[in-house]
Every structure is written in structure tokens, then in C-alpha cells.
Write a protein that binds this ligand. Structure first.
Ligand code: ZN
Length: 140
């Protein structure tokens, strides 16, 4: 049997990463002896860690639930258009905070909040108008 090449091993590693393939002795052995494939596997592990950290961000879950509750309140009071705008603004805000925390700029968040509090009311009419125009286009 012809021994597998690195690209074949890396395909297998990708399948193992996604749980579609079990480890076998040959792949393990190759990983120990091949710097390139070992590096490839390290990258996959890094990616996994990154995804886990991102999805475990505690600020996200509690804040999103908050937003959803507020969104429900708004839905009862106002039209769907207002709800859309609120969700877009809120998720943009949360995403910005989450990605800043993730990048290690936690200390800047207070400043960011201040800036956003000033900037949001100013940009709201513009966003509102753009959103309404877009919905009109979608409807026709
Ligand atoms: Zn290799």
C-alpha cells in the first residue's frame, strides 16, 4: 500500500476535527513525526478554542436575553419596523462589545459606551430612514 501524503492526512485531520472520522494509529504517528501536519492540527485546535471562547462570552447571553425581553415589550407596543431597528442597533452594539472584550480591550468599553450613548441618538434618524427605504424596496 502506498503511504498517504500530507494533504491526505490533513483531509483526515479535518474530518477528525468535525467528528466524522476516528483517530487511527497511522494518523497519530504521522502527526508526531510531521511538522507540517502537526502545525495544521494545532491551527484547528486554536480555531476550536477561539470558537469556544467566543460562544462562552457571558456578556452575550445575559445581554441578548435582556434585549429579547425588551424587544418583546416593544413588539407589543410598536410596529414591526421599530422592532427591526431596535434589534439591528442592539445586536450591532453587543457585537461590538463582545468583539472588543474578546480582543482584550475590556478597559475601553466604558469609553465606548459613552461614545455610543452620544453617537446613537445622532445616527438613529439616518438608520431609521435607511431601514424604511430598504423595507419599501423589499415590499415592491
Ligand atoms: Zn504530514
Amino acid at each position: 500500500m502506498v503511504s498517504k501524503g500530507c494533504s491526505q492526512y490533513q483531509e483526515d485531520l479535518m474530518d477528525i476535527y468535525y467528528g466524522e472520522l476516528e483517530w487511527d494509529v497511522k494518523t497519530k504517528e504521522h502527526l508526531l513525526n510531521c511538522e507540517e501536519c502537526n502545525g495544521y492540527w494545532e491551527q484547528l485546535m486554536e480555531m476550536k478554542k477561539t470558537l469556544e471562547i467566543t460562544s462562552e462570552e457571558p456578556i452575550n447571553y445575559s445581554e441578548i436575553r435582556n434585549v429579547m425581553e425588551k424587544a418583546e415589550e416593544i413588539q407589543q407596543k410598536n410596529s414591526l419596523k421599530d422592532l427591526f431597528i431596535f434589534i439591528i442597533l442592539a445586536s450591532g452594539f453587543l457585537f461590538t462589545i463582545a468583539s472588543l472584550v474578546f480582543k482584550g480591550y475590556g478597559r475601553s468599553i466604558l469609553y465606548l459606551q459613552g461614545i455610543l450613548h452620544l453617537a446613537l441618538p445622532l445616527s438613529l434618524p439616518f438608520l431609521l430612514k435607511r431601514r424604511l427605504l430598504k423595507e419599501e424596496l423589499d415590499e415592491h
